[in-house]
Write a protein that binds this ligand. Structure first.
Ligand code: SF4
Length: 498
């Protein structure tokens, strides 16, 4: 069996999943890379090349066939070549009855007085157990491969991270081997093992369509909102694989008593059992159920509010590049986007433009609610008040008027849907987007492209695409809002027996 250091990345990224390891090992067809993934790959390569350029003359083994590369790596180490780029190691190792060849290509070997430094370049900013265990394991495996191949341990293991810092990694070949043994066991399995799907877990995965379609076709219990991964595995282990089986075998009392592992403990499902059964029933019968009147204040106008931002690992500033606002209701406004500029003050300029827009909204409509979906808008409003201040108190006024539609929706209706993501709920209420391929990652990829191009016309075109996407987000949220409002007059269903 062949095991490679990047198997750790396969298992942990974009989410922890054993099935992804198995599918790749069995050459299962994966979707093509998205625009976002291609941008990430390009940025990663650039980061690596920029670091390489600072290391002086090197022996470049990238592109050399594996056998030859291993041989030349060994020769170069023996003659103390100062910098070896893309070396290769291969070591045979037995895990029980599995005979495996373990292969690794670190980015750099750097000679330092009496030994070699093993260093990898990564875009990630926080290299630790909590944020990137796969990077630690990968680099630790390189250290072990070096030691097995050369006969002495490398001087030190390091990562050149996305903040352009050198981060040391502890030598721990034993941990890397334990983690690799698990991967060997997954690869060896003949049959595909059960792996619960999850909205966040599967969303960015290349096998999303495959696994999701399969789960839908099977009526998999993991599709029920509030059934977490651990509960889905526990149910599966006692033969409950579908929603129908769940409803047939459990009532509120028995499901709430069922225990599943959470951390190091066994925890009862508890009160969540009621909602799980309600959701399972709604999905089976394809019906919706009103639990209570949605807590929406009756007002003439509402501002829909949605932000587009860059995650901290891609942008030094952890920046919001688009603050989208539009008033709907009796006095509707135009779409009011505030876009971060591309110069050094761009981030602040975007914030000030948003405050000017919000001020205009208050002047025209008074204290309207700023309606948003989930906690992202509130978190970033607070961050930007900290970062640049709030000279006229407009941001604090927006903060006081925030109305998060997600908890209102969750508390008031049971829907036959697998997630309370806005994209799913808007489809349920019948909203149709013109821009079908757009999502948050797609918009980020467009923004990165816009940041990097020197062609003004191209930049404008890219930014326009993002604006269209954000404007549709606001319209979709308004459609969900109106739909929820329409439920305020409907009869509330009787609670399920508990
Ligand atoms: S789609 Fe989900 S279950 Fe399937 S391989 Fe990816 S993360 Fe795993």
């Amino acid at each position: 069996m062949r095991l490679i250091a990047s198997d750790f990345i396969t298992r942990f990224r974009p989410s922890l999943c054993d099935l992804r390891v198995w599918l790749r090992h069995h050459d299962a067809l994966e979707r093509e890379e998205t625009e976002y993934e291609l941008v990430l790959r390009r940025l990663g390569n650039r980061h690596e090349q920029q670091h390489l350029a600072t290391l002086g003359e090197c022996l470049d083994l990238s592109g050399v066939a594996e056998e030859e590369r291993i041989r030349r790596t060994s020769e170069a180490i023996a003659t103390r070549v100062p910098v070896i780029y893309q070396p290769a190691f291969r070591v045979m190792q037995r895990f029980g009855d599995i005979e495996a060849e373990i292969v690794g290509y670190p980015d750099f070997l750097i000679h330092d007085s009496d030994g070699y430094i093993v260093r990898d370049a990564k875009m990630a900013r926080r290299i630790d157990e909590e944020n990137h265990p796969e990077i630690l394991l990968q680099v630790q495996l390189y250290g072990w491969l070096f030691e097995q191949s050369v006969g002495v341990a490398p001087k030190i293991l390091q990562v050149f991270n996305g903040m352009e810092e050198i981060v040391p990694v502890a030598h721990d070949g034993a941990s890397a081997l334990v983690a690799l043994e698990r991967i060997a066991a997954i690869k060896r399995t003949q049959e595909e093992a059960y792996e619960p799907v999850g909205w966040t877990k599967c969303g960015p995965c290349g096998y999303n369509e495959r696994c999701w379609n399969q789960a839908e076709a099977n009526g998999d219990v993991a599709l029920v909102p509030d059934v977490d991964q651990s509960l889905a595995r526990t149910l599966n282990s006692i033969g409950i694989r579908t929603r129908r089986e769940l409803l047939h075998n459990f009532d509120f009392a028995s499901l709430s008593e069922l225990k599943r592992p959470v951390g190091n403990r066994q925890q009862r499902v508890g009160k969540k059992a009621e909602r799980i059964l309600q959701f399972a029933e709604a999905m089976e019968q394809r019906t919706e159920r009103i639990l209570c009147t949605p807590a929406i204040p009756a007002l003439p106008n509402y501002a829909m509010f949605d932000l587009e931002g860059m995650p901290p690992h891609l942008d030094e500033l952890d920046r919001i590049y688009l603050w989208g606002v539009q008033v709907f209701g009796e006095n509707p406004s135009e779409f009011m986007p505030a876009v971060s500029g591309f110069g050094s003050d761009g981030d602040r300029d975007g914030w000030l433009a948003f405050l000017a827009n919000a001020k205009k909204v208050f002047e025209t409509c008074g204290d309207v609610p700023f309606v948003h979906w989930a906690s992202y808008e509130k978190t970033y409003l607070a961050k930007y008040i900290q970062r640049y201040g709030d000279p006229d108190g407009v941001a604090c006024r927006v903060m006081a008027n925030l109305l998060d539609l997600l908890p209102i929706t969750r508390e008031s209706v049971i829907l036959p849907v697998p997630s309370f993501s806005l994209k799913v709920i808007e489809q349920h209420v019948g909203y149709e987007r013109k821009l079908t391929e757009g999502n948050g990652q797609w918009a980020m990829a467009k923004f990165i492209e816009a940041t990097e191009t020197a062609d003004e016309a191209k930049r404008k075109e890219l930014m326009n695409e993002i604006l269209v996407y954000n404007e549709e987000d606001l319209s979709a949220m308004w459609a969900v809002f109106r739909w929820l409002q329409s439920k305020t007059g409907e009869t509330i269903s009787a609670p399920q027996a508990s």
